[in-house]
Design a protein. Structure first.
Length: 106
C-alpha cells in the first residue's frame, strides 16, 4: 500500500491518492488492485466517488490498470451520503469503509 500523486498529462494536473494497493495478476504482472480516499471529519459523497473514478480512468488510459479491475475504496469517519450509499449498492467495485468496518471487519 502506498499513497501519492497520479499525473494526468491530458488535463495537465495531478490527483492525490490516499491509498493505492498493488498485487499481481494470474501472469504475475504487477497490477493496481484498489485506490482509495479517506475523509475522517466530513461525510463522503458522490463527488469523492467521481474523483476516484476519474483517477481510475486516467490510469486505464495510461495502461496502468485494466478496465473495471481496480476497486474504489471510500474510508470515512463521519459517514456517507445516501447518494453515495446507493451508488455503492449498484457498483460492486465500490467499497464503503466506516470506522466500525475498518476496526472490526464486516
Amino acid at each position: 500500500m502506498v499513497n501519492g500523486t497520479i499525473n494526468d498529462p491530458a488535463a495537465k494536473k495531478g490527483h492525490e491518492v490516499d491509498l493505492a494497493v498493488f498485487g499481481h495478476d494470474a501472469d504475475d504482472r504487477e497490477t493496481l488492485l484498489a485506490i482509495g480516499e479517506a475523509k475522517w471529519n466530513e461525510p463522503m459523497g458522490l463527488s469523492h466517488l467521481r474523483r476516484l473514478q476519474e483517477i481510475r480512468d486516467v490510469l486505464e488510459r495510461r495502461d496502468i490498470t485494466k478496465s473495471g479491475a481496480t476497486r474504489l475504496l471510500c474510508f470515512s469517519g463521519a459517514g456517507f451520503s445516501d447518494d453515495l450509499r446507493r451508488a455503492a449498492d449498484d457498483a460492486p467495485e465500490v467499497e464503503l469503509i466506516d470506522l466500525n468496518r475498518l476496526y472490526h471487519g464486516e
